[in-house]
Design a binder for this molecule. Structure first.
Ligand SMILES: [Cu+2]
Length: 260
């Protein structure tokens, strides 16, 4: 490596550090999306310098050898070969360790069956997909999320478990802004968890093409304060007990205010 190449490499690395350093890190809306964003940023630290280095070497070669009559065969350079083998190994190891740390995190990975026994404080929601919609229930609270498409209300700063399944074909449960995504498979319960960190309304939808009304399979996740969450549960319970037909239907419990 001559002086010129060395200087170019250094410049590339410096630009990369500045570029990556100026990437704004968005506020985390949940623990899951926080982990995903952090990993993305780490991988960017690796990818940007490599991209710049390759582009600089490419341009340098094109400019330097543009008038060469014919390409000369490469001579063996053991030092260079050892360097790039070790460098590649180190980079892949870093990417592997960083990725595995996130993939294995309980806020990212899921459990096949339904062994989750949430503590008293945890919120547990069953999300059942069907052609074409979602039934969202709170099994411990005996509450069904109202609205069509349904609106799930969850408290901020508290662990929430979603147990996802399907009544018919394969669907997909996804709330991108909260970093949640999981397959909804018939006869299988996939449980994922997260801790919402910011109040607000987050759009969710089906991410597995499942028939003509696939695009209608929306739902929302509303993250509210603990107090609002308790009020929500109370309202839902009284709203459901006042419905005469007994069968709690997700679409029947709409915005009708409960009699007090
Ligand atoms: Cu679907």
């Amino acid at each position: 490596m001559n002086m010129w190449t060395r200087a170019t490499t250094l410049a590339a690395a410096a630009i990369a550090v500045v570029a990556v350093g100026s990437v704004p890190v968005a506020a985390q809306s949940s623990t899951s999306i926080g982990l995903i964003d952090q990993l993305n940023l780490k991988l960017l630290y690796i990818a940007v310098p490599i991209t710049l280095l390759v582009e600089f070497v490419l341009l340098y070669t094109v400019v330097k050898f543009k008038n060469a009559d014919e390409a000369k065969p490469t001579q063996e350079n053991r030092r260079l070969e050892i360097t790039w083998t070790i460098a590649t190994a180190v980079i892949l190891l870093f990417v592997g360790v960083a990725s595995y740390g996130v993939l294995a995190n309980p806020d990212i990975t899921h459990q096949q069956s339904n062994p989750v026994a949430p503590n008293g404080d945890d919120v547990h929601i069953n999300a059942e997909a069907y052609q074409w919609g979602w039934t969202m229930t709170y099994p411990e609270e005996d509450v069904t999320a109202s609205g069509f498409p349904p609106n799930i209300v969850v408290p901020v700063d508290q662990t929430v478990y979603f147990t996802i399944t399907s009544r018919d074909v394969i669907h997909g449960f996804a709330v991108p802004k909260l970093g949640l995504k999981q397959d909804a498979i018939p006869n299988q319960n996939n449980t994922i968890r997260t801790v919402p960190l910011e109040t607000g309304t987050y759009q969710g939808y089906c991410t597995e093409y499942c028939g003509v009304s696939h695009s209608q399979m929306y739902f929302t996740v509303e993250v509210v304060s603990q107090e609002e969450y308790q009020n929500y549960l109370k309202e839902q319970r009284s709203g459901e007990s006042s419905s005469s037909d007994g069968t709690s239907n997700a679409s029947s419990v709409s915005a009708v205010p409960a009699p007090v």
